[in-house]
Ligand binder design. Structure first.
Ligand SMILES: NC(=O)c1ccc[n+]([C@@H]2O[C@H](COP(=O)([O-])OP(=O)(O)OC[C@H]3O[C@@H](n4cnc5c(N)ncnc54)[C@H](O)[C@@H]3O)[C@@H](O)[C@H]2O)c1
Length: 282
C-alpha cells in the first residue's frame, strides 16, 4: 500500500509521530506490544487533535481526517505493506535489533526502516537487517507534534536514496530535517548531556534545589524549560537510558557518567509526567 506508514511503539514519541504522519495525509498503522500503551497513545492523539482545533491550529475536518487515517494493532504482520516504518520503542539496542530483524522479514524489499533512537548506533541497527542501506535515523523531538527539528542520521551503510526519501518525508511532515552523523547522541542529545548531568550534580551536592536550578536556567539563560522540567517531560527512564547509552558508547568517558539520582528515581517509578511524579508532581 503506497502511502502507508507503520509506527512501532505507541508511547510518548510513537503516538506523536503517528499524529504528525496522519495530519500529513498518510495512512498510519500504530503498533505496540502492550494493549494499554495503544489505548493511552490513541487517547493522547485524540486529545492533542482536540486541543489543536480549540486553539484554531487545525480545522475540525483536519482532525477528523487524521483520526480516520490511524488504525492500531498488536499484530506486527499488519505492517507488511508499509513503505516506511518508524520505530519508537524503548532505548535498548538488543530490543531494537530484534524488532528490526522481524521488520526486515515482514516488509517489502524497498521499504525503509527509520529509528527514532536518541543515541544508539544506526550502523549497529542496520547491521541487524539484510537492508542496512535502507535503515536510517529519524530523530524527532518531544513533543513530536510540536517540535520542528528532526535529525536525519546516516549509518555507515545508509544509501543516498534512503536519505533523500526520508528528508522529503520529513518535509512533508512539516518538519525541519538536519543531517547528523552516526555518533552517540548525534548532535542535540550530545549537547544536552551536560545540561542534565551538571544540574543533577549540583542537586546531588546540595548546591541548589530543583526549583532554583530550573528558575535560574530559565531566567538568566533564556531557556524555555529547566533541566528538571525537561527530564520530567522526556521521562526519567528514557533520559537515564540515553545517558547510559552515550556513556557506554564513549567507553565510560567520565563527563557522560549518569547520576545515581536518575537510577534512584527509576527504581522508585518516579518517571516524570507519565507517572504523575518525577522532580515535580503533576
Ligand atoms: N521521550 C523523549 O523525549 C524522546 C525524544 C526523542 C526520542 N526518544 C526516543 O524514542 C524512543 C521511544 O521513547 P518514548 O519516550 O516514546 O518511550 P515510551 O516508554 O513512552 O514508549 C515506548 C513504547 O514502546 C513499547 N515497546 C517496547 N518494546 C516494544 C517492542 N519490542 N515492540 C513494540 N513496542 C514496544 C512500549 O510498550 C511503549 O509503549 C526511544 O528510542 C527514545 O530514546 C524519546
Amino acid at each position: 500500500m503506497a502511502n502507508t506508514i507503520g509506527i512501532v511503539g505507541a508511547g510518548t514519541m510513537g503516538s506523536g509521530i503517528a499524529q504528525v504522519a496522519a495530519l500529513a495525509g498518510y495512512t498510519v498503522i500504530l503498533y505496540d506490544i502492550e494493549q494499554s500503551a495503544i489505548e493511552k497513545g490513541i487517547n493522547t492523539i485524540y486529545n492533542n487533535l482536540a486541543k489543536g482545533v480549540e486553539k484554531k491550529k487545525l480545522t475540525e475536518k483536519d482532525s477528523e481526517i487524521a483520526r480516520e487515517q490511524i488504525s492500531t494493532t498488536n499484530d506486527l504482520l499488519r505492517l507488511k505493506d508499509a513503505t516506511t516504518v518508524i520505530e519508537a520503542v524503548v532505548e535498548r539496542l538488543d530490543i531494537k535489533q530484534a524488532l528490526l530483524q522481524r521488520l526486515d522479514d515482514i516488509l517489502p524489499h524497498e521499504s525503509i526502516i527509520a529509528s527514532n533512537t536518541s543515541s544508539l548506533s544506526i550502523t549497529a541497527l542496520g547491521a541487524s537487517t539484510e537492508r542496512p542501506d535502507r535503515v536510517i535515523g529519524m530523530h524527532f523531538f518531544n513533543p513530536a507534534h510540536i517540535m520542528k527539528l528532526v535529525e536525519i542520521v546516516k549509518g555507515k551503510e545508509t544509501s543516498h536514496t534512503t536519505i533523500s526519501r526520508i528528508t522529503s518525508l520529513t518535509k512533508e511532515f512539516g518538519k525541519l530535517p538536519v543531517l547528523a552523523s552516526d555518533t552517540p547522541g548525534f548532535i542535540v542529545n550530545r549537547v544536552a548531556r551536560p545540561f542534565y548531568g551538571e544540574a543533577l550534580r549540583l542537586l546531588g551536592e546540595g548546591v541548589a534545589s530543583v526549583e532554583e536550578i530550573d528558575r535560574i536556567v530559565k531566567k538568566s539563560g533564556g531557556f524555555k524549560m529547566g533541566p528538571f522540567e525537561l527530564m520530567d517531560l522526556i521521562g526519567i527512564d528514557v533520559n537515564l537510558s540515553v545517558s547510559r547509552s552515550v556513556y557506554e558508547q564513549y567507553f565510560h568517558e567520565s563527563r557522560y557518567r549518569p547520576h545515581p539520582i536518575q537510577q534512584q528515581m527509576v527504581d522508585g517509578n518516579l518517571l516524570g509526567r507519565k507517572t504523575g511524579k518525577g522532580f515535580y508532581e503533576y
